[in-house]
Design a protein around this ligand. Structure first.
Ligand code: BES
Ligand code: ZN
Length: 464
């Protein structure tokens, strides 16, 4: 019922109207003139210094899901919400993680100390080695049948490489690094039943060399140790609307607090968490007619596990009340965004279609510091996915093209840009307040234009 109400507002061009003269041209008005008094209630209070400090705290250690680092982050986020007066809940959930196995590799009698590809498979195989390069589809030679494939890392995923040599009948995999001195990499999918180990680039090139002199026999032995159960958490903070003005609607603002293993995840996604916390601070004492839910998800990097768990835990009635989900993931990278306006900020939806969230976001972009209409595009890869699957308008706010350091140990605080944080938080904050403030849909007091905003689909892959 409330979603219909909102669609009706959209159809009437009410929600989207901003002070733009032309529907096509990006707005280039100074922020102070474009922002409405309502926007200013939010955006004037947003402090990128606060966000920066949050990122500093969170990125002090990696926050891989199910580890002590995540728990430290979760405790910090929970305490921040609580200090702001929010009703805050930790929602635990478990997941199974493959334990990396142990193993050995012997080549022509010499023992190497390999890294075992993660997977629970156990086997021993002795066979000749065949060098198959990158093992791209269509490029793996037939002679690998019954042999051990020596593969160079790079360009396609580990899982694809393994599948390509499995399809050709290989019985083992030795993968060598494409750079550096490490042998610590590799992942096979469940069901890819082949012993697989990783070695360094130097070791790999040495084998390639040996193969020039004739056949080389190797023995690979791997022992998988199966799975271990781990616990991750979602942190959920709620603010109920003013009792007499409750529309029964819920708006969600989310980010993921977990990082990849070994990465400080300053941009991915302590930046999003910092914006969630800052908007929670700014809105803490703001009367609304809409329930606000600020959520940081765990185990996003393990496959959107926290957001799927949260979405799965909602009753049908509760899910029906959620009118929008704003996901902020990687909103602070200094080096992302190229030459695009608004630092490359873009709103991605799962189906590549506009929705309430992108409509509000694009219009808010024109009224706030970013000072331009924000485009939209199509991409998943973050926690907006489960909400979309529930039929809830959802979008991912992110800068594109990407910076090169995400998912690495170099995703650090020094590469965070306060201006990017500020712009993203203002846009999401102004958008949320547009729905949540008590007087909507009575928009006549807002500074709006006669027609709805038109904004572009931008077919921009994250790297472009
Ligand atoms: N922040 C990334 C999502 C992302 C990365 C979006 C690059 C756009 C460009 C997110 O944390 C992530 O890494 N997601 C995973 C997918 C998930 C299903 C494990 C990814 O993209 O590999
Ligand atoms: Zn992320």
């Amino acid at each position: 019922m409330y979603k219909k109400t909102m669609s009706a507002m959209l159809a009437a061009g009410l929600v989207l109207s901003v002070g733009v003269a032309s529907a096509q041209e990006p707005v280039q008005k100074p922020n102070a003139q474009a922002a409405s008094a309502f926007d200013n209630k939010i955006i004037k209070k947003i402090s990128s210094d606060n966000m920066y400090n949050t990122i500093a705290k969170l990125s002090a250690q990696p926050r891989e899901a199910g580890t002590e680092g995540e728990w430290i982050g979760v405790q910090y986020i929970k305490s921040q919400f609580e200090q702001l007066g929010y009703e805050t809940e930790l929602q635990p959930f478990t997941f199974n993680e493959v334990v990396r196995g142990t193993g050995s590799l012997t080549v022509n009698g010499a023992t190497l100390d390999p890294y075992v590809f993660s997977g629970s498979y156990s086997a021993e195989v002795t066979a000749d080695i065949v060098h198959v390069g990158l093992a791209k589809s269509g490029e793996v030679p037939d002679e690998v049948r019954g042999k051990i494939a020596l593969i160079e890392r790079g360009e396609i995923t580990f899982v694809e490489k393994i599948q390509n040599v499995l399809d050709k009948g290989a019985v083992g995999v030795i993968m060598y690094n494409n750079s550096g001195t490490s042998n610590r990499f590799g992942q096979a999918n469940a069901g890819q039943n082949i012993p697989a180990v990783a070695i360094t680039r130097d070791q790999g090139l040495e084998l390639v060399n040996q193969l020039k002199g004739g056949p080389v026999e190797a023995t690979i032995k791997v022992e998988g140790s199966g799975f271990v159960e781990k616990t991750s958490y979602n942190v959920i903070a709620k603010m109920k609307p003013h009792k007499n003005k409750d529309t029964n609607q819920v708006v969600m603002i989310g980010a993921h607090h977990d990082s990849v293993a070994g990465g400080p995840g300053a941009n991915d996604d302590a930046s999003g968490v910092s914006a969630v916390l800052e908007l929670a601070r700014v809105m803490a004492n703001m009367p609304t007619d809409t329930e606000l839910r600020f959520v940081t998800f765990g185990a996003e990097e393990k496959g959107l596990l926290g957001s799927y768990h949260y979405a799965g835990s909602l009753s049908e009635e509760d899910a029906d009340r959620i009118v929008a989900h704003f996901q902020m993931d990687m909103v602070g990278a200094r080096d992302a965004g190229g030459d695009h306006p608004a630092g490359g900020l873009i709103m991605y939806t799962i189906d590549g279609k506009k929705n309430l969230v992108t409509d509000l976001g694009s219009a808010a972009g024109a009224r706030t510091a970013a000072d331009t209409v924000i485009p939209y595009g199509q991409l998943g890869r973050s926690d907006h996915q489960p909400f979309h699957e529930l039929g809830i308008p959802a979008a991912l706010f992110i800068h594109s093209p990407l910076e090169s350091t995400y998912h690495t140990p170099d995703d650090t605080l020094d590469k965070i840009d306060k201006n990017k944080l500020q712009e993203a938080a203002e846009i999401v904050g102004a958008s949320v307040y547009q729905i949540a403030r008590p007087d909507t849909p009575a928009l006549e007091h807002a500074r709006v234009a006669p027609g709805p905003v038109d904004y572009d689909f931008n077919d921009r892959p994250p790297g472009a």
